[in-house]
Design a protein around this ligand. Structure first.
Ligand SMILES: Cc1cc2nc3c(=O)[nH]c(=O)nc-3n(C[C@H](O)[C@H](O)[C@H](O)COP(=O)(O)OP(=O)(O)OC[C@H]3O[C@@H](n4cnc5c(N)ncnc54)[C@H](O)[C@@H]3O)c2cc1C
Length: 288
């Protein structure tokens, strides 16, 4: 039996893993996608201490990956599909393996909210996307993009697309966007980004190799790609059998999956370390 499984290698899972490895525990860090998690979408992280000029999201991810390597932590690139609690530990199931652990940290982050528009599901991955990191590799200079959403993420994504020389139309429901004023100012300075307030998306259709989105009250826009950034929700799929409520010893939740509302790198890192410290106390107590 291993000491600790950490599910998710975003900032929370990375911080927890490094803490536990330094404390000499036998850990496995599972990551189904890329080390750094949601940070791959961030254009410029300016509020995480230690980077006076800010740091590109992908660069911070690369640094986290390097720090894992420095501690000889090689993430297992697999999705955890199931957690079962059996009297003396947790059994984690992936497509290729089943392992048992004394403790688990769930650091699975969030999932994008879907709008439920007609055409949204059918066009997902072709011309509809929810995260800019999935879209950026496809963007060529001059491509057009519709961004739906008025939050920090929507405006951050628009800046990322602008840097790739795409033309961007941002549509949001409210009269004023809900993003940070400084993001709005930056977006306003970009010649190729246009803002469309008071626009409620109705449907997406694929026509002449473009995605066409209809908006209420009476507007239509077509583009090569549509990026939907209308909020996120905790990725709690693994908790379906009631782990959260049962408060089982040895099971901890850290980062965006826990806080839901207040999603920040610093909070995720802090919660990852907090969970790791509680595990250290718990496991050392058991050994004594
Ligand atoms: C556009 C944008 C800009 C941002 N800018 C900033 C900023 O400037 N400053 C700031 O502080 N924060 C910023 N954030 C927020 C920051 O990215 C998040 O708060 C942070 O990444 C949360 O870390 P986490 O580890 O909790 O979750 P995540 O980063 O979401 O990581 C969760 C990881 O778990 C993995 N995973 C999920 N389920 C499984 C499973 N079943 N098995 C294996 N792996 C799994 C995922 O693949 C993912 O890698 C930004 C976010 C966005 C979207």
């Amino acid at each position: 039996m291993h000491d600790v499984a950490i599910i998710g290698a975003g900032p929370a899972g990375v911080a927890a893993s490094i803490f536990l490895k330094r404390a000499d525990f036998d850990i496995i860090l599972f990551e189904k996608n890329m080390v750094g998690g949601l940070l791959h979408n961030a254009n410029l992280v300016e509020n995480y201490p230690g980077f006076p000029r800010g740091v590109k999201g992908y660069e911070l991810c690369n640094l986290m990956n390097a720090q894992l390597s420095r501690w000889n932590i090689r993430p297992t690139k697999e999705e955890v599909n199931k957690i079962n609690f059996e009297n003396d530990g947790f059994v984690l199931t992936t497509k290729n393996s089943q392992d048992k652990f004394r403790c688990v940290i769930l650091a699975t982050g969030t999932m994008p909210k879907k709008l439920g528009l007609s055409g949204e599901v059918k066009l997902f991955g072709k011309s509809v996307f929810y995260e800019v990191k999935d879209l950026l590799p496809r963007i060529k200079p001059g491509d057009s993009c519709i961004v739906i959403g008025g939050s920090d993420a929507a405006f951050d994504y628009s800046l990322n697309l602008f840097e790739k020389q795409a033309s961007v139309e941002v549509f949001y429901r409210s009269k004023k966007p809900k993003c940070l004023p400084l993001l709005l100012e930056r977006v306003k300075k970009c010649s190729n980004i246009n803002l469309h307030p008071s626009s409620i998306p109705l449907e997406i259709v694929y026509k002449n190799e473009k995605a066409e989105v209809s908006f209420k009250p009476n507007n239509k826009s077509e583009a090569d790609f549509v990026l939907i950034a209308c909020g996120r929700e905790p990725n709690e799929e693994l908790l379906s059998d009631g782990f959260k409520e049962k408060n089982i010893s040895g099971f901890y939740i850290a980062g965006d999956v826990k806080t839901g509302k207040f999603r920040q790198t610093g909070i995720a890192v802090g919660e990852g370390i907090h969970a790791a410290m509680r595990i250290e106390e718990y496991l050392r107590g058991k050994k004594e």
